[in-house]
Write a protein that binds this ligand. Sequence first.
Ligand SMILES: [Zn+2]
Length: 607
Amino acid sequence: MLLITIDTLRPDALGWIAGANDTPAIDALARESARFRTAVTPVPLTLPAHVSLATGLLPHRHGVRDNGQVLAAGPATLAETLRAGGYATGAFVSGYPLRALFGLDRGFDRYDDVLPGGTEGWMERPAADTTAAALTWLRSVKAPWFAWVHYYDPHDPYTAHEAFPRSGPRAAYDSEVAYVDHAVGALLAALPRGPLVTVLTADHAESFGEHGEWLHGFFVYDTTMIVPLLVRFPGRVPSADREAMVGLIDVAPTIYELLGLPVGRDVDGASLVPALLGDTPPADATRLETLQPWLAFGWSPLRAVRTAQWKLIDAPRPELYDLRRDPEETRNVIDQHEAEAHRLRGELAPVASNRSLGTERVSDPAVQARLEALGYLSTATAAVPPGDLPDPKDRLRERRTLLEAEALLRKGAYDDAVARFDAVLASDPDNRFALLRAGMALLKAGDPKSAAPRLERAVTVAPELAEAHYALADALTRTRRYEAAIAEWQATTRLQPRRVAAWSNLGTVLGLVGRLPDARAALERAVALAPEDPRLLVNLALVERRVGDDAAAAGHLLAAARGLEAGGDRAGAARALADALAAAPELRARAAADPRLAPLLQPLRFP
Ligand SMILES: [Zn+2]
């Protein structure tokens, strides 16, 4: 059983759908498959959409509402069910949001998320390498097997491939799709033909300015929510286009039925096998969502319900589209069809009441930084509050400005970035993203004094936001407002108790104001989290010496000297060793017996 997902794939980038881009391998697969032109993703974000695909559940049921969250134990995944059914299971993913640490590795014998490519926070694997990794595994396993192969290249930034030249405003994107098509062709060509069930689909599509949106994730229009779905399965059923609206949540139940495995009862999707066989199933309503406007910018999240004919978007200013007459979703007809809107709102009610953000996020700042580099900006960690929030469609100009500002910040153009963040703050003064990022840009520009008021506002608007407390603490420390800084470092450690730098900085500032026992306690927390870090050991030892505990200080300095020597800093190591022996000369024998430290003793002269 082969499942291929192509990230960020617009249906009209495929030859068999629009004819504009040449994708011979996928087109050939399409000729042998049941083809769904209206497959709907429940959420336009990589990890949540893939979790829905793997579980048959809507995001509010499986709890992964955003990239960077972790799939909790509970919902059965395709891989778990197939492994229990006797299949060897292997996954070959190509993009950072799907790394094993986010939990989709459950049920796979092999979860290959080696991502060698990319620059500055980017991590991805080119399609050809992913195909090669998958084929290596496939050659080593016995049937039956389940392989999930995920390609990431069409995700931005778009890079044109010389071998696949394309033209027009989407040239680089179309070239990426053509490059993936070639890798899909290599994969399919190397596999034995025969009774292999093959599914090809995507997690979401991509917007190129439709509705004022670029990329994906901000809106729930069909531009980003409709993906292609191909199902090739053994049997004598003629391949053909299927008109039915289907969902990514239907893929897992379909695979189960095709393979003769039990379809879980409690899933939101339904098997498409009747539709594969040519029936037109009764058109069901499906739910869509994106929490990104709230998570990134503090604006209203969007939820929608879609039927074959209608889409109701539950925004502060709600929208209703008649998709049969207006597939581009350009004419909001909610005033003309109040009864329809009311009925659809009823379908949405159980989801609309759900304001939680689902499962835990990975709280590692390095993980967050990588997701930000991919354009997944999340500054909210609290549930969506009741009451009025701005409508995302009324904030398109601000979003554009914020994304420009963010790009400038990443390039190091701090003044220009701050000017843009401040322009947004002029019309949206409590925008926590603009407040936080303007403050961070000013810190990087060496202007902590100007950063502080913006960051003070950020922690007031979003008290749960650890990053804002951290940045404010930094600004206050650098402007020597130590008592206020201590309170912010403490707030950071309460929100992120495993963040070493927060404990370390807290200890340093406590030491500066002479609160030595507190400083020592904070630095001990930092050392407990990172016991090998020589810089922390030296800082702790300094405080220990100030409180007169020379024995403890000497022990930590000795450990620091070992660490510094191992890291190649011989001068630093010699200094730490000298300090250790000054504090406790009796340690000289122990140092002399240590093969790491003995060579450093030679040049040290002691009275
Ligand atoms: Zn994606």
